[in-house]
Design a protein around this ligand. Structure first.
Ligand code: C2E
Ligand code: MG
Ligand code: MG
Length: 602
């Protein structure tokens, strides 16, 4: 149909000559030619014909109307004259690849009119070859779709963006969150949704009017957007409520620096015209995954719920969903952030304290005890930071690090020929987390050096174990994986007997308070005797903590307690010192009374 001379004039030159108007008795070929020419002249679509070297040899009137270039201006140049610079080079590379391989390309292109105004055209390009396959021409046919495109973009904006702040609305935020959640599942990472609601925003509207209130929200939205990372999304779901999706987190600890920055961003004064505003915000955080199967809408609702909890607890703070009992004021965030930083930058260490057989002196196991090598405050013992973390999901992050590190150390010791069981303290938070046993199983499978019994858990008898039946099942399942449990600080809780009866812990550790004072306090001695009696009755192994002197050890052996741990045997020490300690450790003769106060090596 387009086998017209205008297309085969590969020589180009001054452009093709238009065919003379035919007579009423045209031959069929001539008729077709005239038809093609008429279409060329009257088509509403722009048509551009180039030679094989892409020089333009003809354009039609619609081309002139759309681009603003006359035929004379266009001929002899290449279509690159219309380039708007909006498409990257890769776009044109793909276009040429298709033209060379298929002889055809179709797509939307942003170009520029003669006036400089950008426009978008829907373009089809066809390669015209001769009978031998040599390219003669390229034919481009395009229509101006600028109006439709802008309209579609406008509709897209209305559907997905908040008209006031220009930030994503609920629909887009939910879609992005769904994408982030799917990605987190694939990569084994976490996502946090933060719901931020300004405190007492109504008073801004009441005092200064809605116009100022709106401007303030726009300014705040822009500032929050500047605060987050490029990979995160901030949206406004209406009113003074903003949502942030924090993507690709290693665990909860990784989102705290951003939470802190968001709180700081809200607190920084904002100027609207002559007015200076100081706002505070309440934040709710929901984490994914957090046990159980939930979708993006539910996660947003959780963040919203946590935000209401932050409001109810006094505003200007954040609450993490599932941890509502612990609301964090901005000042506390600094502490949590420093802990998160410490986890990420390796500031935590494990010390190890031997537990020995009091009759033979044999090393039974070591207890891993966490230390924080604080850059400013020096070496901190757990009492200085763990209690402040209670109820915060960071405590589970720390427990997870301790477990990993203890298993790594076990492997390192094995490589050095030291085969010692390690006892790890575990918080109720982590113990009661869904999926705990599965994670432990996976971790042990990844630790080829692990042998049953080489890892033990200690759980505080005083920890709030909400669901004894479930914890009991967890302890049993861990036992099947070769990880027995000990009830730590036994005797200090209210329900020692019940715990002993219901929890299948293999070992009990008598609290050091009773042991330390057993020599001077008959009541403590009586408790100790009772605990030893219970241990025997329930067939549990008993370890005495707080063995500070030889006298303690001697008395314990007489009472039938054969495992001991305490400063009298050894203080907690860095892993590197265990070999030297065990080489020089000897159990003194406990049968004869001795004037010495300490047991041996230390
Ligand atoms: P715990 O599990 O009962 O650990 C024994 C604590 O008693 C240790 O204190 C140890 O240094 C101290 N101790 C040992 N022998 C003696 C002694 O003869 N006399 C006296 N006065 N104290 C002795 P530390 O290291 O300060 O740990 C305190 C508690 O912090 C631990 O009590 C444990 O409940 C908790 N903890 C320690 N490390 C971790 C950990 O990695 N994870 C968790 N969740 N808790 C930990
Ligand atoms: Mg312990
Ligand atoms: Mg203890």
């Amino acid at each position: 149909m387009f086998a017209s001379p205008i297309l085969t004039d590969a020589a180009g030159g001054a452009g093709p000559a238009r065919a003379e108007a035919g007579s009423r008795h045209d031959a069929p070929a001539e008729h077709l030619l005239r038809l093609a020419e008429s279409m060329f002249a009257h088509s509403g679509e722009g048509i551009i014909v180039t030679a094989a070297d892409t020089r333009i040899i003809d354009v039609n009137p619609a081309f002139e109307a759309i681009t603003g270039y006359s035929r004379a201006e266009a001929c002899g140049r290449t279509p690159a004259m219309l380039n708007s610079g909006r498409q990257p080079p890769a776009f044109y590379a793909a276009m040429w690849a298709a033209l060379l391989s298929d002889g055809f390309w179709q797509g939307d292109v942003w170009n520029r009119r003669r006036s400089g105004e950008p426009y978008v055209e829907r373009l089809t390009i066809v390669r015209m070859d001769d009978a031998h396959g040599a390219t003669l021409n390229y034919l481009g046919i395009f229509s101006d779709i600028t109006t439709q495109t802008l309209q579609a973009e406008h509709l897209e904006r209305i559907a997905h963006y908040d008209p006031l702040s220009g930030l994503p609305n609920r629909c887009l935020l939910t879609a992005r969150l769904q994408h982030s959640m799917a990605q987190a599942r694939r990569r084994g990472t976490s996502v946090a949704v933060v719901c931020l609601d300004c405190d007492d925003f109504r008073s801004v509207n009441d005092r200064h009017g809605h116009g100022v209130g709106d401007e303030l929200l726009v300014a705040l939205g822009a500032r929050l957007k500047d605060t987050i990372r490029d990979c995160d999304t901030i949206g406004r779901l209406g009113g003074d409520e903003f949502f942030v999706v924090i993507d690709d987190l290693r665990d909860v600890s990784a989102c705290l620096p951003l939470v802190r920055r968001l709180l700081d961003a809200v607190a920084e004064p904002l100027l609207v015209g002559p007015h200076r505003f100081r706002l505070t915000g309440s934040m709710g955080i929901a984490l994914y995954p957090d046990g159980g199967d939930i979708d993006a809408d539910q996660l947003i609702r959780r963040a919203d719920q946590a935000m209401y909890s932050a409001k109810a607890q006094g505003k200007n703070r954040y609450v993490i969903f599932g941890h509502e009992a612990l609301s964090c004021l901005p000042d506390e965030v600094v502490f949590f952030e420093s802990v998160a930083h410490a986890i990420q930058h390796g500031e935590f260490e494990l010390y190890y304290q031997p537990i020995v057989h009091l009759r033979t002196g044999e090393l039974n196991s070591v207890e891993a005890l966490i230390r924080w090598r604080h850059p400013r405050r020096g070496l901190l013992v757990p009492g200085e930071f763990l209690p402040r973390l209670e109820g915060h999901p960071l405590s589970a992050s720390i427990d997870a690090w301790v477990l990993d590190e203890a298993l790594r150390q076990h492997g390192r010791w094995l490589a050095e020929g030291i085969d010692v069981a390690i006892s790890v303290n575990i918080g109720s938070e982590q113990l009661q987390q869904p999926g705990f046993v599965e994670r432990l199983k996976a971790l042990l499978e990844d630790t080829p050096s692990f042998k049953p019994g080489r890892l033990k858990f200690e759980v505080l008898e005083t920890t709030a174990l909400d669901d004894l039946a479930r914890v009991s099942r967890t302890i049993e399942e861990c036992g099947k994986l070769g990880v027995p449990f000990a009830l730590d600080d036994f005797g200090t809780g209210y329900s020692s007997l019940m715990y002993l009866k219901q929890l299948p812990a293999r070992r009990i550790k008598v609290d050091q308070g009773f042991v330390r004072d057993m020599l001077v306090d008959p009541e403590d001695l009586a408790i100790l005797e009772a605990v030893l009696g219970m241990g025997a009755a329930f067939k549990r192994e008993v370890v005495a903590e707080g063995v500070e002197t030889l006298e303690h050890a001697r008395m314990l052996v007489q009472m039938g307690c054969v495992l001991g741990q305490g400063y009298g045997i050894a203080r907690p020490m860095p892993a590197g010192q265990l070999r030297q300690w065990s080489a020089q450790w000897t159990l003194p003769d406990l049968s004869a009374p001795s004037p010495e106060t300490h047991c041996g090596g230390q």
